[in-house]
Design a protein around this ligand. Structure first.
Ligand SMILES: *Cc1c(COP(=O)(O)O)cnc(C)c1O
Length: 359
């Protein structure tokens, strides 16, 4: 606490990201990064961008990421004007809070979801209500049809991994025409159904995606919002009142190259999905309950082992998983899907710890 702080700073509850251990030998299954590197074409594009010495870096990047928007628009069969690009989807979500979700009525989101939701709500002074998930962490669309100032759903949800079918998302959007529905699709490429195809029909729908997870570019910070030109304009107004250049030259070049190598992306997603199925059965064999996941992580509970203690013991062995000391979910571990080998090391370590636990 400092008397020099602005008043609002005293009341902020900052998001706590997963640990980034300094050792590259750690088995890092705690922040949902992709276990596979980006396409070699991404590296070539980066080298091209800074080729001829650092000369291009002298100049500001394109503030509107035009080439990247054109590439992504062509990829999805939409118009560049339906795309907003930010420095990671966290920034895109932040701008959505300020541009679209700060209304008279409260914003609705699930009680168990991406913890940045409440963090941003506090930062921007957005009134919100959390809606309890069902017993199996499921979202029920009926719960979101009360009058509201906006709805924010991660689909697949985090940290549970559960997903809603497209038909349910469409119902939600169709029943909330008076407010904006934001669907955060950070994990959609691992088995969810995207609502992107609905943006032409529903001017109140904003779909948010990221290159951090399925496209292996967490280190580049590139995120998107897709929606009607009117929603995108609101985001641009906020962005251009905050930082005109959210993406540097290298990030723009890397992102374009990543979209151009679709085969690389698809192959990695398929490998992660296969490893997820294998890890799920491995954990079940050890006595875990595993929530059905459409994401690149699993959410798992063991009735004989305290999740917090397990996470600490794994960490001592250089294996990092995520544990949230929050009500209802404090006996779960969120485990990112690693390579096949990483998953095997995790299963062996967990197997030993489980067998040592008193029954
Ligand atoms: C990882 C994640 C994001 C943020 O992604 P960035 O693009 O890296 O900022 C957004 N939403 C959810 C649900 C996530 O898990």
């Amino acid at each position: 606490m400092s008397r020099y702080w602005s008043k609002i700073v005293h009341h902020l509850v900052p998001y706590v990201p997963g640990e980034q251990p300094p050792s590259t030998r750690a088995i890092k299954l705690n922040t949902n990064e992709n276990p596979y590197p980006p396409s070699p074409r991404v590296v070539e594009a980066i080298l091209r961008e800074v080729g001829h010495g650092a000369e291009p870096l002298r100049r500001y990047p394109d503030p509107e990421s035009r080439r990247l928007r054109e590439t992504v628009a062509a990829y999805h069969g939409i118009r560049p004007g339906q795309i907003f690009i930010g420095n990671g989807s966290d920034e895109v979500l932040a701008h959505a809070f300020m541009a679209l979700l700060k209304q008279e009525r409260p914003l609705l989101f699930p009680d168990i979801t991406y913890s940045f939701c409440s963090t941003y709500a506090r930062l921007y002074g957005v009134d919100y209500r959390t809606v309890p998930l069902g017993d199996a962490f499921q979202v029920s669309v009926d719960d979101y049809t009360v009058p509201n100032g906006g709805v924010l759903l991660a689909n697949p949800n985090a940290p549970t991994g559960r997903s809603l079918p497209l038909a349910a998302i469409e119902q939600l959007v169709a029943r909330n025409t008076e407010s904006v529905v934001v669907v955060d699709e950070a994990y959609v490429d691992f088995g969810g159904e995207s609502a992107l195809a609905l943006i032409d029909r529903y001017p109140n729908l904003l779909v948010v995606q990221t290159m951090s997870k399925s496209r292996s570019l967490a280190g580049m910070r590139v995120g998107f919002a897709f929606g009607s030109e009117t929603l995108i304009e609101a985001l641009n107004r906020v962005k251009n009142s905050f930082n005109s250049y959210p993406l540097d030259r290298v990030a723009q070049a890397a992102a374009i190259a990543a979209y151009e190598d679709d085969a690389w992306f698809r192959a990695n997603c398929a490998r992660v999905v296969a490893a997820r199925d294998r890890l799920t059965s491995g954990l079940q064999t050890l006595g875990f309950h595993v929530v059905p996941s459409a994401a690149n992580f699993v959410f798992a509970l063991h009735l004989n082992c305290d999740a917090g203690a397990l996470a600490i013991k794994l960490r001592e062995q250089g294996i990092f998983v995520r544990h949230f000391a929050a009500p209802w979910i404090d006996q779960y571990l969120r485990i990112t899907i690693g390579t096949r080998d990483e998953c095997d090391v995790l299963l062996a370590a967990v197997g030993t710890l489980v067998s040592e636990a008193p029954a």
